[in-house]
Design a protein. Structure first.
Lengths: 261, 318
């Protein structure tokens, strides 16, 4: 058993405290009874009750979930295809293709948002949920590709080769052998795309139209005016949902690995 | 070499099967339509002039007018927006400020990320997946929420000032919000997972016997860290630094919510030109210049990614 040196323990402790303290504070203050966000007035659920009556916020949350579900599904399909193309197929134009996959990962969001908006205006596509979905699919599919690609590059190809040597056509080999093996990465890619879409403010602000307000756009317009206890409550619910989903996903994957190992 | 094995190994000139062709074509066409073409449009509009019209720029390419339309269109293009950018200190300061903030934030991220990632890689093997998850978990919660959480802490009567006053470290509340310090705190906080994960991956791969060898030869541990561990992690350091630096240059949310209004970063300038001033051509020119500035670091990042992929591909085949 390896032992951590004191420096390493301190680094871990400080690092994790730095990552979690602000979120913990936000969660605690969402249960604050006082309207003044900085004065502690005892525990209360009043901001959650206020939230239940805030129709605009609820509609924005539902809209965000819808956009995230559709765009993550599309991004998972396209991103997995791109990953297969990059790791398994040889084709002309591979280099520009790879460049288009990696560029959106680091591209500043303001540029992506502006350029997509100008495209939608140029082809006079009305801005709304459809344009946000297209934008989010483009933004998130590259993350799916990176996640799936590392799994495809890492696993033993002799299984695929054996299937094809036995006469299984490539398409069927993919669905019978490859897809089950990379399934955890595909699921992880979907969840990543979903959470990125749910989270995005900048690209959505550029590509949205009248009537299409997502949760981050709504939260941002409130937050600009200062801290409000209702927003702490919205954020806490958001964090709880994400935390439960991530922990559940990792437990599912652990269970699968445990069975197969 | 990576040779496709879903397709049988063959001479590269041969055509792919219809199914394989679809697998390549669908994402390729999607990215061409929604990633590449939009940039060409941005480039074109950056050469246009602002107009009070829908869309608010001129010239508009009129394909219905045939060759005459194309000729009018080309004659209407101008570099006026770029001249505006070069002649106005507002834009130049904005670019310089963004590069400065991104460079300092990346340095701070390295200073925080390296000890954390190293400690993770040195932790007992069984604890490492848990530690990775603990670092990644905040990344899954909203970026906007994590930045907003700091507003709670840094505002005038926020918790940080309350704590400092309570401990008697300061006699009166300090201004944190709307300062560069707040921007750096927010940037380090939101980008830390992007820095830690590539660093952890390269620390974790290292052979520990190298450190033992260094110790046997009389090298103290702290020195071994600098002469053995860090140089071996150079690729991870480069990947983490680029993964943070490039998006931070164009960052909007963090400086907008935590920073002051006195000097804007370029992402904010672009946002203002577009949303407040409705000057689409100037906003496009700002984006084109920003992209030109970031071209070299983006290309470097792609180069590292492709090499990594090829390395892991050959490992998988062994």
């Amino acid at each position: 058993m390896r032992r951590l040196s004191l420096t390493n323990v301190v680094a871990l402790g400080l690092g994790l405290a730095f990552l979690y303290a602000p979120i913990a504070i936000l969660i605690i203050y969402s249960f604050n009874a006082s309207r003044l966000v900085t004065v502690w007035g005892g525990w209360s659920l009043r901001w959650y009750a206020a939230l239940a009556g805030d129709r605009a916020m609820i509609e924005a949350a539902l809209a965000s979930l819808g956009v995230a579900a559709v765009s993550a599904a599309l991004a998972t399909m396209l991103g997995t295809m791109a990953a297969v193309a990059l790791t398994r197929l040889r084709f002309r134009g591979r280099t520009p293709f790879a460049a288009m996959i990696y560029a959106p990962l680091v591209m500043p969001e303001v540029i992506t948002g502006l350029s997509l908006l100008l495209l939608f205006v140029a082809v006079s596509l009305d801005r709304g949920f459809l344009t946000i979905i297209i934008a989010h699919t483009t933004l998130t599919m590259c993350f799916v590709t990176v996640v799936v690609q590392s799994r495809l590059a890492g696993f033993d190809r002799s299984l695929e080769e054996a299937a094809m040597d036995l006469g299984c056509p490539p398409g069927r080999t993919f669905f019978a052998i490859t897809l089950p093996l990379i399934a955890p990465a595909v699921v992880a890619g979907f969840l990543l795309a979903f959470s990125l879409s749910l989270d995005d403010l900048v690209v959505a602000s550029f590509t949205t139209g009248p009537g299409a307000t997502t949760l981050p756009i709504r939260i941002y317009s409130e937050v600009r005016l200062g801290v409000k206890p209702e927003i702490n409550a919205v954020c806490t619910i958001f964090i709880a949902v994400v935390a439960v989903a991530v922990v559940a996903a990792s437990l599912i994957e652990k269970g699968r690995n445990g069975k197969t190992a | 070499m990576m040779i496709g094995s879903l397709e049988r190994p063959r001479d590269p000139g041969r055509a792919l099967s219809p199914g394989a062709r679809l697998v390549v074509a669908a994402p390729y066409l999607w990215l061409a339509a929604f990633f590449l073409v939009p940039f060409l449009i941005v480039l074109k509009i950056s050469l246009s002039e602002t107009a009070i019209a829908v869309p608010p720029y001129t010239p508009v390419l009129d394909l219905a007018a045939g060759l005459e339309g194309v000729r009018n269109f080309i004659a209407g293009l101008s570099f006026a927006n770029y001249v505006t950018l070069a002649g106005d200190n507002l834009y130049i300061f904005s670019y310089l400020k963004s590069l400065k903030v991104a460079a300092i934030a990346t340095a701070l991220l390295l200073a925080c990320g390296i000890p954390l990632a190293y400690a993770m890689a040195r932790a007992p093997r069984r604890a490492q997946p848990l530690l990775v998850m603990l670092v990644v978990l905040p990344f899954w919660t909203s970026f906007l929420i994590r930045v907003y959480a700091w507003v709670n802490i840094l505002q005038h009567d926020g918790l940080l000032n309350q704590a400092l006053l309570g401990l008697g470290l300061t006699a009166e509340p300090l201004t944190w919000l709307a300062t560069d310090t707040a921007v750096y705190i927010g940037l380090v906080y939101s980008y830390l997972p992007f820095m830690v994960l590539p660093l952890y991956a390269s620390f974790e791969k290292q052979d520990e016997t190298l450190l033992e060898a260094a110790a046997d030869l009389g090298c103290p541990r702290w020195k071994a860290f600098f002469v053995v561990t860090l140089p071996l992690a150079a690729r991870g350091i480069a990947a983490g630094a680029l993964l943070c630096f490039v998006p931070i240059v164009g960052e909007f949310v963090v400086p907008d919510l935590l920073g002051g209004s006195r000097s804007a970063m370029i992402g904010q300038t672009l946002w203002t030109e577009f949303f407040a001033n409705k000057d689409w051509p100037v906003a496009s020119a700002v984006a084109v210049v920003l992209l030109a500035l970031l071209m070299a670091p983006i290309a470097l990042y792609q180069h590292l990614q492709t090499r990594d992929l090829q390395a892991s591909g050959t490992e998988g085949r062994r």
